[in-house]
Each structure stands twice: as C-alpha cells, then as structure tokens.
Design a protein around this ligand. Structure first.
Ligand code: FAD
Length: 514
C-alpha cells in the first residue's frame, strides 16, 4: 500500500514523503480536513493508489494527505436531480448507456466488479485496474481504440471539495458539469439530499477540473456514463514493423480496439510486433463472478514463472546480466510467446480482456508520449532510431514498447486534447542498468537515461508529443502553451488553487501561478 501512517510513497517505493495521512470515511470528514488546512495554512492533497511514477501525486512534506479508499458514497437520491431528456445534454447519454454515481477513491477493479454485478461495464479501460478511478481519470489515463477517448470522457459530473476566494478562503463542495450538464438546477436546489453541495455548470471549469492532476481540490464522487456489460473476443498476429507500418493507421481507424506491442531489440534485422484486435461480443446471459472466469495476461506470467521455477524479476535480471546477448535471447523468447498467442483466441468479460498489464509481476517505471495519429508511423520510426542508438551504447529497454490509440478529447489537459492520438509507451523494468556497467558498484539506473532520451525524441517540434502526466516526464511550465487550451487550464488552477493549498512538486515544476 503506497500510503502508510506518516508516509506517502509511489507504488514502486521510489518516491517517499513524510506527511500526515488521513483516511476519511465520510465527505464531512474530508471537508473538515480541508477547513483545517485553510485554518492552519497547511497544504493538502488527495492520494489515489500511488501508481503515477511522475511527481504529479507527490505531496509536499508535512502536508495533510487524504487517502480516499474508504470514502463511502452517500445514499442521496441523485437520480431525482437529473434533467428529463439525457439525450439532449452534454455529454449526451446515448441509447443503452446509463449513468452511475461512484466513489472517487475506489479502485477500477472494485468498480468493474460492482458494474459487472449490475450487468454494466466501462466501454473501454486501460490495461490495469489497481488505480483509483479518479486517480486514473485525473492524469488522462486511457485504453486503446480510436472510438474511445480517455476514461475522463466517461465523466458526466464530478463532485469536489475546494476553496473559493470570497475575499477570504471559504471551503466549498461543488458538483461540476458542462454548461448544458445532466443536472436540473431547480431539482438539485430543491433536494434536501444535496448536503452542502452547490452546482457549477460551466464548460471551461468542467474541462479543466476533470483531468485536473490533483491541483483543483479533493474529488469525492463521479457520475459516469457506462454501457451494458459485454464480452470481448481477442485475436492477435505477429509481424515485423516494416510490414505493419504500411497499414497501421488504416488498421487503427477500422478496428474497434487495436493494441500493438513492439519488441525493443532487433531480431532477424526487424522490430517484431504483436498486433492485437478485439471485437465486441454479446454479454453472458447472467453475471458470472470473476473467480469463475478464465484469467489472462499476468496469470500467464505467473504460470510461466512457476513452471520454470523463476521469479519474473529474476528473469529480467538474468537477461540484463547476459549483456547484449541476454537482450537478444529475451527478444527471441518473447517473439515465441507472441507466436504462441497468435494461435489462441481469448474471449471473456470485457474487463477481464482489457486487463493485459503484467505490472504486478514485473515492476517497471515508464514514459508515454502521445502524438497525432497521422504522425504515428514517423514517430514510431523515430522511436526505433532511438532504441537502436541506445542499444549500441549498451542501454537496452528490455520491455516491449506499447502502441495504443485514443480519440480526441475535450478535456484541456488530456494528452488527447483536440486530436486523435497514438500513444507510445516505453516501460523500463526496475533494476535495468547499462550492460557494460553490470557488476560495477557504480552501475547507474538506466531508466532516467533511456526515458529521458525517449521523451526528447518525441517531445520535439517535429512530433509535438505530449507526455502522460502520470508517467515519468520532465517538461516544465511553458509546455502548457502547447495545449490549445493550456493557458485556460492554468488560469482555472490559479482560480481554484488561489491560496496554494493544493501545491506540490508538480505545481512548482510547472510554475502554476496563483
Ligand atoms: C501497472 C500500471 C499500469 C498502468 N496502465 C495504464 C494504462 O493502461 N493506461 C494509462 O493511460 N495509464 C496507465 N497507467 C498510469 C496510471 O493510470 C496513472 O498514473 C494514474 O494516474 C494512477 O492512478 P492512481 O489512482 O494511482 O493515482 P495517483 O497516482 O495516486 O494520483 C494521480 C493524481 O490524481 C490526484 N488524485 C487522486 N485521487 C484524487 C482525488 N480523489 N481528488 C483529487 N485528486 C486526486 C493525485 O493528487 C495525483 O495528482 C498505469 C500505471 C501502472 C503503474
């Protein structure tokens, strides 16, 4: 658990900060904590599950840290607040879709299980489910498929405790939505169940706060658009990048879900790719508990490691210890696994099929950069030039590169803002060092060197890349100008964080002014 009494750390334990941890179970307790922070001029921040490896979640030393995993949803009859015709509001609730109100601090895993019992599902998900639902949304977390934006695009309403400048700081609880949002103002204010909440319906505020990076306040609940439960059928094929590149964009535009995993080292002169496609299938006729569904992904690693009697972390260390030969052997082995995968079809509940991450078994840090989908082939070519150049210097990525797609989003700081996006992710297993330095007591961590060079390759004027805010990156203040609405986002932070309560390392690095 990244939050213990008196300390916050990220999931890898690489960033640690001493702070006062509180675990409010009710909104009132969270509200009082913010009031106390105002009274005592202390910083305060909400913690998700610590899965960001950038400094976005890192609280200031001695801050009050609110860990919201126990924050329960009140039982307000919120559906009575809604407008009559939800097809006419923003975001539009399409036929078959439903709205659910959920606690912001629960994990995606808990949300998935709860939705599945109600025969509902998120329409798309990332590859992992250990994050808190709002922690994931706050950094623009996404899955793959050009028909879907980031998870933030499912938010119809967001409830947040924040501080208003009324000549002096006043703590408030807001329900925030687009200008033409789902809530009917009269019904809302006529309800005795809204507690302290007041309604803000304003496109600029909503599009700033949702992908808010923890800079606006403490998010307590979300109303999400979800769909009826469905199954996915997944198939894949293996091909060299030189073949895939000619059809990549067409494939991305025609498949509902397209996921590409590219081996970082050359084999037979090529970078090999696993190209995965998912298709929607009808839901099971009734709810089947997770324990009775066939597991996938990480389960295979667990099975392989027990069969070979090896800890996967140990395998990574072995691959590196064997130097450049090790990287080649690992590449060969993973291509074999890809080829085995290509003989199988996976079909299960959507949330089981989406969860492909092996993060629980191979701890890794990573960077991910988003580029315009129409520049994706050039950007991947540039990534390959980077991989080859680093390998010559003895720096091997070892972990495959992830290539995913998502639809343009209206949220101002989403990496997908204003453009259909291809994301290129480079994970680096913990313990990776330059192969020439193995055995030397001064062997430096390869991650900052590899990821720094990777980031510089794509965040340049040619590709206009944007980093995933939750993954390692080094951009600073002026970078926000690259987002068409970045200055508006910064202005909204200045308004909502007028008293600097939510400041941390990230707001300092980005020079967010008040
Ligand atoms: C194994 C693994 C797999 C991943 N897979 C994907 C993937 O498939 N796709 C993808 O896009 N990303 C992925 N990521 C990145 C990850 O989704 C993001 O870093 C995400 O933000 C982490 O969520 P968290 O709950 O751990 O939040 P944290 O990292 O703890 O916090 C993130 C930000 O949200 C703020 N915050 C959290 N809760 C609240 C709240 N209630 N109110 C206000 N602010 C809050 C924090 O202050 C911080 O600024 C992955 C990361 C890992 C480690």
């Amino acid at each position: 658990m990244p939050v213990s009494d008196g300390e916050w750390s990220d999931w890898l334990g690489q960033q640690r900060v001493a702070c006062e941890v509180r675990r409010p179970a009710k909104v009132d307790a969270a509200f009082e904590a913010v009031e106390e922070a105002v009274r005592t001029s202390r910083r305060i921040r909400a913690a998700g599950s610590g899965h960001s490896t950038s400094d976005v979640a890192r609280p200031s030393k001695d801050a009050i840290l609110l860990s919201l995993e126990h924050l329960a949803l009140d039982d307000a009859d919120w559906k009575t607040w809604l407008k009559g015709d939800l097809a006419l509001v923003e975001p539009r609730v399409r036929p078959g879709e439903q709205l659910v109100r959920v606690a912001a601090g629960q994990t995606i895993r808990a949300l998935n299980l709860d939705l599945a019992k109600r025969r509902l599902a998120m329409p798309n998900l990332g590859s992992y489910d250990g994050q808190s639902i709002y922690g994931a949304i706050a950094t623009g977390t996404h899955g793959t498929g050009l028909g879907f934006g980031p998870l933030a695009d499912q938010v119809a309403s967001i409830e947040m405790i924040g501080v208003e400048d009324a000549g002096r700081p006043v703590v408030r609880h807001w329900r925030i939505e687009p200008t033409n949002g789902i809530t009917d103002r009269d019904r809302f204010y006529g309800s005795s169940q809204r507690g302290r909440m007041s309604l803000v319906q304003d496109d600029e505020v909503f599009r700033s706060v949702v992908v808010g990076l923890g800079c606006f306040g403490i998010v307590t609940a979300l109303t999400l658009r979800v769909v009826p439960a469905f199954q996915l059928r997944e198939t894949c094929e293996v091909m060299p990048w030189s073949s895939l590149k000619t059809t990549l964009v067409t494939r991305a535009r025609s498949a509902q879900w397209l996921d590409v995993t590219m081996l970082p080292e050359r084999l037979d002169g090529e970078h090999w790719c696993q190209v995965t496609v998912r298709e929607k299938r009808a839901a099971l006729p009734h709810h089947v508990p997770l324990t009775e569904l066939t597991p996938r992904g990480d389960a295979r690693i667990r099975e392989a490691s027990s069969r070979e009697g090896k800890d996967p972390k140990e395998l990574v260390r072995c691959a590196l210890a064997a130097g450049s030969h090790g990287a080649r052997i690992a590449t060969h082995r993973v291509r074999e696994l890809f080829r085995e995968d290509a003989t199988r079809t996976i079909e299960s509940e959507s949330y089981v099929v989406f969860r492909t991450s092996v993060g629980d078994w191979i701890p890794a840090t990573s960077s991910e950069i988003g580029v315009d989908v129409d520049r994706s082939v050039e950007a991947i070519d540039a990534t390959i030039t980077h991989l080859d150049a680093m390998a010559k210097r003895g720096f091997f990525h070892v972990s495959p590169i992830g290539i995913r797609f998502s639809r343009a989003s209206s949220h101002y700081l989403a990496m997908q803002h204003g453009r259909d996006t291809c994301t290129i992710e480079a994970p680096i297993p913990v313990g990776n060092v330059n192969v020439h330095a193995i055995g030397s007591p001064s062997a430096a961590d390869a991650a900052p060197i590899l990821l720094g060079a990777f980031e510089r390759t794509l965040i340049d004027a040619r590709f206009d890349g944007r980093p995933h805010w939750g993954q390692r990156h080094t951009v600073s203040g002026g970078f926000l100008l690259r987002y068409p609405k970045g200055p508006i986002w910064a202005r909204q932070v200045a308004r909502f964080n007028r008293f600097g309560l939510f400041d941390n390392a990230f707001t300092g690095r980005m020079a967010l002014r008040r």
